[in-house]
Design a protein. Structure first.
Lengths: 469, 549
């Protein structure tokens, strides 16, 4: 709660920077603020503090808030370079990003559906603006409009779902929903409500077949905004999805019509479609940014597996958390490298990466390790993230072995396209030897990120030992 | 000591990376020195190893463990050790990696990257062979692909990108199958010592019955990846999905049978056996000489090692049940590989297919489930490691001079390169199993095993051993035919070949590689007991385990 207030205040401070002329120090202020926010968050560990029946700062909320704040901190570190030019006004952007992050924090700590809805809206609205912040660029405008239209539809669907669930149970509180369900059979419109909520969250986390907006929005938006959307927004989306479904609907049984099945059948369909289609389309991309967008879609499929088994297995929380952290770090590093390549070569096609291995070996190494982590090759964090996830799925329900098989097929395909990017970096092409300059400080940050990825790959216990949240 | 073998190359990488680019001779020297130290340590380990005294030089530390809710604790160990199955391969790795370091001496492009990746390969190969914990083994097994992928993909021939990604995807597909089975195995098994400690039981002997009868619930178990527990049926929970008691049947096969095949296919891809062998010729043709040497000399052996060390002992009943089919795959690989080799125009491709044929013998030896057959299989792994390294180095010698490997483009090379021809003769004769060389001993033992399998109620019928004998004949045919076409008769060379530096004979650096390897194959052919005694009692125990005696 204190964190949410602090972050909101920080947003207002950022907004005032132009008026009171402290833009030069704003970046440091924001970093210090986020650092303080992490500290405040950690004070709430094991406190289980409820706030007016709206928020509950349990350990789940604290841990995910810390991951979000950590990613946000890294985001502010690596995105600095794009705000040193005249293209964007950093004060405005920082304010919008901070407000959006307030929404993200709400989404991991809500216990009331109305607050979850508010969280989603607070998260999304600043992003509609940010996606279109390259005002004279057609694709940026397209991105903004598409994101806005799709976001509005999703909002409508989610609201409708919430309404139906409320109608059936008479409460917005997620734990009271669970007790209202009990073992009784609910009216059909309640299940319709659940289905609509799955669809709504499916849009938010860009699961197939609700992913169509993702590639265009990701490609059109400025690179660092895309990085924000594909890491922090996705983390918040999944954390909310998991929190709602594991708390409220774990007992929800379908009516006579579909005896014995639960909403998990819907999620299984989403997982299979997302993994198969997401990976296959990603394999055909020739544009690195678009490839990363589709890889984000495909990765959502794996994360959905954690939501799927949330009703049985307690430790999927930590699996999801490790997955989120490793995916978020690797993606942020990849987007940072992409940004520098784009800046110096003016293109984000695969060809632009040619001979990066020679002109800037450090960036190439960073991108290589983040691709390896995304592909799940040991000894990176990505390997253990997948390993724990598959282990917890198999433990929860051994008959889901085929689903793990599908996931493994998907990661096999993903190796192909992640490695395509690596090959193109180390391929030798005499033509493109343009330098890709980087600043010493950013190099240091990137190396730090990579070291964290490797460290989590060697000592995964660091996050998974939080299992008893 | 064993950790030192794994971490020394990593230390060397740091040194290589810290050196400036222009001091490339230092990069080479460090790589060679590292490989040399590894070789000496391996020789020392081999000499000090005593068969039949369990795991030696063992090192075990807890790596990580975490609570997994109602299914107990998952724990992985950093556990290394020498046993009868890996000691010969450790020695082989030492020899081949050292030779490979010499073979890569003349690398010109991006030397720093090449030598760092080569050292990384050294580290992960040792890690893979020494690991006594499935998770650790798997991580090194998969991690080994990365340096290999880059070494083929960046220093390879014209179609290197295709070849390297094919190699990578094939092996990765196999290792993902292994991954699924590994997860299944570990959540079905428990670590008796750690479980006892966690539950406050002081008598380990009391623990296993308590677990079997369900007096200690599954949620209090500590799951393990250690080889010694996974290969022990009494360390499986009765409720585990891959325990013997599991009654889950899908499409007519039990879950354990499915798991066995998944594990087996993972290793068959690496071996490679028919029908999973198609990546090998591509990878070999595009890889630089030194990498071909390591690929054929060591990496293929991990497939055979995995089948002996993991697939068979973890699933003994299933393995015995399906050994007929595994033997059949071995026979098909022998004949199919030999027939393909007979049809190849490219010398390197021919040798690659001969590898498929020779590794088929390893599979045949294992699946015979006899002491002779298994001894022969381990011997053949070592012998083939030496011989295929020799063959690829000799091919590389010719390629360095003319940049052409087509068999029909050469005739009568013996006139211009007599010493070279002499060594090629040694390598070819040894490879098709001429008595007096190591190849003969391996194949002989395997065929004895296959015959005695049929006569001792083993899984293989007589016709398999007879057909495999025909494989030896085909082997002699393609090696001798190649010999005759390329080296004998009047000197003639295709005009299309650009004479880069002329066809001079072997130089001292090349002699340094081929003389020890040739001497070793001769030595092993005359004194096979020198190698056989290092694993004699382990193989007997293995047969008893699989046959359920």
């Amino acid at each position: 709660m204190k964190t949410i207030i602090l972050l909101s205040v920080l947003g207002i401070v950022a907004m005032m920077a132009d008026i009171f002329k402290y833009r030069a120090v704003l970046w440091y202020l924001v970093l210090a603020g986020i650092g303080a926010a992490v500290g405040l968050e950690l004070l709430e560990w094991n406190q289980n503090m409820p706030y007016y029946g709206m928020l509950l700062m349990d350990n789940y909320a604290v841990a995910f808030s810390c991951i979000i704040l950590g990613l946000l901190f890294v985001w502010f570190l690596v995105s600095r370079d794009s705000y040193t030019g005249q293209e964007f006004n950093d004060a405005d952007h920082y304010a919008l990003i901070l407000f959006s992050s307030v929404g993200a924090l709400l989404m991991v700590s809500f216990v009331d559906l109305s607050l979850m809805f508010l969280g989603i809206e607070i998260l999304s609205i600043p992003l509609y603006i940010l996606a279109g912040s390259r005002k004279k660029d057609l694709s940026s405008n397209e991105s903004s409009l598409k994101y806005f239209l799709m976001g509005s539809f999703t909002t409508g669907i989610l609201l409708f779902g919430i309404t139906l669930v409320y109608g059936a149970t008479g409460t917005f509180h997620i734990e009271r929903i669970a007790s209202a369900i009990g073992n009784s059979t609910m009216p059909v419109y309640f299940y319709t409500g659940i289905a609509l909520l799955v669809v709504g969250f499916g849009f938010k986390v860009s699961a197939v077949p609700f992913h169509f907006w993702t590639p265009d929005v990701y490609q059109g938006a400025p690179t660092f905004i895309t990085a924000y959307m594909s890491t922090i927004v996705k983390t918040a989306g999944f954390a909310g999805f998991y929190r709602l479904f594991s708390t409220s609907f774990s007992n929800a049984r379908m009516p006579e019509l579909m005896e014995g099945t639960t909403w998990s059948i819907l999620v299984i369909v989403l997982i299979v479609l997302t993994i198969v289609i997401g990976n296959l389309i990603a394999a055909y991309q020739t544009n690195a940014k678009r490839m990363l967008a589709y890889s984000g879609v495909a990765q959502a499929g794996y994360m959905l597996m954690a939501v799927l088994v949330s009703q049985v297995e307690d430790n999927t929380k930590s699996s999801l958390m490790l997955y989120m952290a490793s995916y978020g770090l690797a993606t942020l590093a990849a987007f940072t490298v992409l940004y520098y390549v784009q800046k110096s070569k003016g293109s984000d096609e695969f060809e632009a990466f040619t001979s990066l291995g020679k002109t800037n070996p450090l960036l190439a190494a960073v991108l290589t390790i983040s691709m390896l982590s995304l592909a799940g090759i040991p000894p990176t964090a990505g390997f253990f993230a997948k390993f724990y996830l598959f282990t917890s799925v198999l433990k929860a329900n051994p008959s889901l072995l085929w689903l793990v098989g599908v996931a493994i097929f998907g990661s096999l395909v993903s190796v192909y396209y992640y490695f395509k990017l690596i090959i193109s970096m180390y391929g030798s092409d005499e033509k493109s030897t343009a330098e890709v300059p980087t600043n010493m400080a950013y190099q240091f940050i990137l190396v730090a990120i990579v070291l964290i990825i490797l460290f989590l790959g060697i000592q995964p216990g660091l996050i998974t030992n939080l299992a008893n949240l | 000591m064993l950790s030192f073998l794994i971490f020394l190359p990593i230390l060397s990488i740091c040194v290589v990376l810290a050196m400036p680019l222009r001091r490339y001779y230092l990069h080479k020297a460090i790589t060679l020195a590292t490989a040399g130290i590894q070789l000496l340590s391996s020789v020392f380990l081999f000499a000090s190893y005593q068969s039949g005294q369990g795991v030696q030089w063992a090192e075990t530390y807890e790596w990580f463990s975490f609570s997994a809710g109602y299914l107990g604790t998952l724990s992985a160990d950093y556990s290394l050790g020498l046993d009868g199955f890996n000691i010969s391969l450790v020695l082989l790795s030492g020899i081949v990696l050292f030779v490979g370091a010499i073979a890569g001496w003349l690398t010109k492009e991006n030397r720093k990257g090449y030598y760092s990746l080569y050292l990384l390969l050294c580290s992960s190969i040792y890690g893979c062979f020494l690991a006594q914990d499935f998770l650790l083994f798997f991580i090194f097994f998969e991690f080994m692909l990365l340096p290999m992928y880059f070494l083929i993909g960046m220093w390879g021939g014209p179609r290197r990108e295709y070849a390297s990604i094919k190699f990578f995807l094939y092996t990765l597909a196999g290792s993902l199958l292994i991954l699924i089975v590994m997860i299944g195995l570990s959540i079905s098994a428990f670590d008796p010592i750690k479980t006892a400690t966690q539950n406050g039981i002081t008598e380990i002997a009391l623990l296993k019955p308590a677990m079997q009868q369900g007096r200690i619930s599954a949620s209090q178990a500590v799951h393990t990846f250690r080889f010694e527990y996974l290969g022990d049926a009494s360390c499986y929970l009765p409720s585990g999905i891959l325990s013997n008691a599991s009654s889950f049947i899908w499409k007519g096969l039990s879950l354990r049978e499915w798991a066995f095949w998944a594990l087996l296919i993972g290793f068959l891809i690496k071996l490679p056996s028919f029908p999973f062998h198609t990546w090998l010729p591509d990878a070999h043709v595009e890889a630089p000489t030194a990498i071909s040497v390591v690929l054929a000399g060591i990496l293929l052996k991990i497939g055979g090692y995995g089948i002996m060390k993991i697939a068979y002992p973890f699933f003994p009943a299933e393995a015995l049940h399906f050994s007929y089919w595994i033997g059949l795959l071995g026979v098909i690989s022998i004949v199919w590989g030999a027939l393909n080799a007979l049809a190849m125009y490219d010398l390197k491709k021919m040798i690659a297919y001969s590898s498929v044929s020779h590794m088929g013998f390893v599979l045949l030896g294992i699946s015979s489930v006899t002491v002779e057959g298994l001894n022969g299989a381990i011997f053949q792994q070592f012998s083939h490691g030496i011989l295929s390294s020799l063959l690829f180095i000799l091919t590389g010698v010719l390629y360095d001079r003319t940049h052409d490997r087509h068999i029909e483009n050469y005739h009568g090379l013996a006139v211009k390169m007599p010493i070279y021809t002499a060594f090629v003769m040694v390598a070819f004769f040894a490879s098709f199993g001429l008595p007096g060389f190591s190849g003969f001993i391996g194949e002989l033992l395997i065929l004895i095993g296959a015959f005695s399998s049929a006569s001792s109620a083993g899984p293989l019928p007589y016709w398999m051993s007879l057909v495999s004998t025909a494989g030896i004949l085909l082997g002699a045919a393609y090696f001798l035919w190649t010999m005759q076409r390329m080296f004998f008769g009047k000197f003639w060379i295709n005009r299309g070949i650009t004479w880069k530096e002329g066809l001079y004979d072997l130089q001292s650096r090349e002699l340094l590689m081929v003389i020890p390897l040739s001497a070793l194959t001769l030595l092993l052919g005359i004194m096979p007991a020198w190698l056989l005694q290092s694993y004699s009692s382990e193989t007997i125990a293995w047969i008893q385990l699989i046959r359920g005696l």
